[in-house]
Design a protein. Structure first.
Length: 516
């Protein structure tokens, strides 16, 4: 037993060091020797979860749960896996069961709140976070969760208040610094700017904490007009992030080329029109930071459109059904065209996912920018849908990517050369889709919307097949939640300060400038 306890301590230390492959290997060996110890299933499942192996994580947690159905930690982790797998009803039921068994278990309130926020039910999310806060008001993640929820609703004063309270409890919780920076216009004497400047000099932080703080400081430096300092912080933040990930931009370009090779053979004009969904889907796509949030705010200002936000489901469907070892399969794409039952099953998977929102509107937006990769599949699965391609001046777009830290990926954006290479690959793929797909893709050009908003907004609404409503011009009053870092910008009237933003950084972005 003493040896097992020591082994578990070693596992937990490996887990804290993010050495998940070692954790998985060692946990499996220990489970063979001690199959009755539930804690081992919890550790193994958590390691699988952190590597993205959700099905293996689910199977592992389920084994532990069957052995001890009262183990709250196992229940909580299993509910989180259900949530991440899109099994929302199972997830919610399990979180509720945890709360019944242990009403003071804070993680269940926070995680169920996160589930509600993912489903755009921000009111219930805030209620759940507030219940957790009443149990213990000294846990930073609860306050930060409240900050995120209020930010998503455009309640920036409340968001910043909770973020500031987060930092009072834990100055190293620099995600809160990042959140505050997104809706703050800094001056040299701004208290938060001075706090961040002191913190970057005096606090010992891990890499993620440093990255968040460096990007937040870069935003403040730019506001103040300290462009060289701003770039210095951006460069260092990007460098630290790039060194922490395994990424090869050539794999992305090869993937784009594989898509073109497969879809060049397809005659889209011969594909049957699907008619199984009750929702009219509007796909808003393009490069991140190209104006997708702005366009979604415009469209969802309409009374007959529900804002879905950045939905992961289409990419999950592709990954699960149309790829083999992360490579798109010629054979499976062919099955999609020749086997209507297969195509209908994938459509059903997508429409079933949309039911999580319980929306009454007949139109719904899917604003996942990287869906530009799946335009060929959209044309096959949802030929009646609308596709809006958001574009922006290439240099401004790439600068905006380089200036932001994306917790959810976008690994191509942390190095100037890789960013430029990926952007060129995206342009090439979009050109291919325009030439080879039969139906019209609407081009929503950011600069044109800024220059002539009424004309361009009317064009967008008309393309969607919606009757005109004047409130679409007042999109900044739209109460639809926004869960991206564009929430502050998309809730403002049209402004021109982000046009030609590359120019002031151009001397520092020569590697990027040479490519694009």
């Amino acid at each position: 037993m003493e040896n097992l306890e020591n082994d578990i301590k070693v596992l937990l230390n490996l887990f804290k060091s993010a050495k998940f492959d070692f954790v998985i290997s060692k946990s499996k060996k220990l489970i063979k020797r001690f199959p009755e110890y539930v804690v081992l299933y919890n550790i193994l499942g958590s390691a699988y979860q952190n590597t993205g192996a959700l099905n293996l994580a689910k199977d592992t947690f389920l084994k532990g749960y069957k052995m001890d159905s009262n183990n709250i930690a196992i229940m909580n982790n299993l509910a989180n896996v259900y949530k991440n797998n899109g099994e929302f009803e199972l997830s919610e039921n399990l979180f509720q069961k945890i709360i019944e068994k242990k009403p003071n278990y804070i993680n269940a309130y926070v995680n169920l709140g996160n589930l509600k926020r993912d489903n755009n039910d921000f009111r219930l999310a805030i209620e759940l976070y507030s219940k957790a806060l009443k149990i213990n008001d000294k846990i930073p993640v609860i306050l930060y969760s409240l900050a995120l929820a209020h930010q998503g609703l455009g309640q920036f004063d409340l968001a910043n208040l909770f973020a500031e309270k987060t930092l009072l409890l834990d100055p190293k919780f620099t995600q809160a610094d990042m959140l505050i920076s997104q809706s703050t216009k800094y001056t040299p004497n701004n208290a938060h700017y001075l706090q961040m400047t002191s913190k970057i000099k005096n606090q010992e932080m891990n890499d993620n904490q440093k990255i968040n703080l460096l990007f937040a400081l870069a935003k403040a430096n730019e506001d103040i007009g300290e462009i060289e300092k701003s770039f210095g912080n951006l460069q260092l933040g990007n460098k630290i992030k790039r060194e922490s990930i395994s990424f090869n931009v050539n794999n992305e370009i090869n993937f784009f080329n594989k898509l073109k090779k497969i879809f060049k053979k397809i005659k889209f004009s011969t594909i049957l029109k699907e008619n199984i969904g009750t929702k009219n889907i509007i796909f808003i796509l393009g490069m991140p930071r190209s104006g997708t949030s702005l366009v979604e705010q415009i469209i969802t200002s309409h009374s007959n459109v529900f804002g879905g936000g950045e939905l992961v489901q289409l990419s999950k469907i592709v990954q699960k059904n149309l790829m083999i070892n992360d490579v798109i399969s010629d054979e499976k794409i062919n099955d999609l065209i020749t086997d209507e039952n297969f195509a209908n099953q994938l459509r059903k998977d997508y429409y079933d996912f949309l039911q999580r929102f319980d929306a009454n509107e007949t139109f719904i937006t899917d604003k996942a920018p990287l869906n530009f990769r799946w335009i060929g599949l959209i044309k096959i699965l949802f030929p009646q849908s609308k596709i809006i391609h958001c574009t922006r001046n290439s240099r401004d777009n790439c600068l905006s990517l380089y200036k932001n830290f994306f917790e959810g990926g976008l690994d191509f954006s942390y190095d100037q050369k890789e960013l430029g290479t990926y952007y060129k690959g995206y342009l090439d793929l979009m050109n291919f889709w325009k030439i080879n797909t039969s139906d019209l893709i609407h081009e929503a050009e950011y600069e044109k919307i800024i220059e002539n908003p009424e004309f361009e907004i009317k064009r967008i609404i008309n393309y969607c097949g919606l009757p005109w409503e004047e409130k679409c011009l007042m999109f900044y009053k739209n109460k639809t939640p926004i869960k991206t870092m564009s929430t502050s910008q998309a809730r403002q009237p049209i402004y021109k300060s982000s046009v030609n933003s590359f120019d002031k950084f151009a001397p520092f972005l020569k590697d990027l400038g040479k490519i694009i």
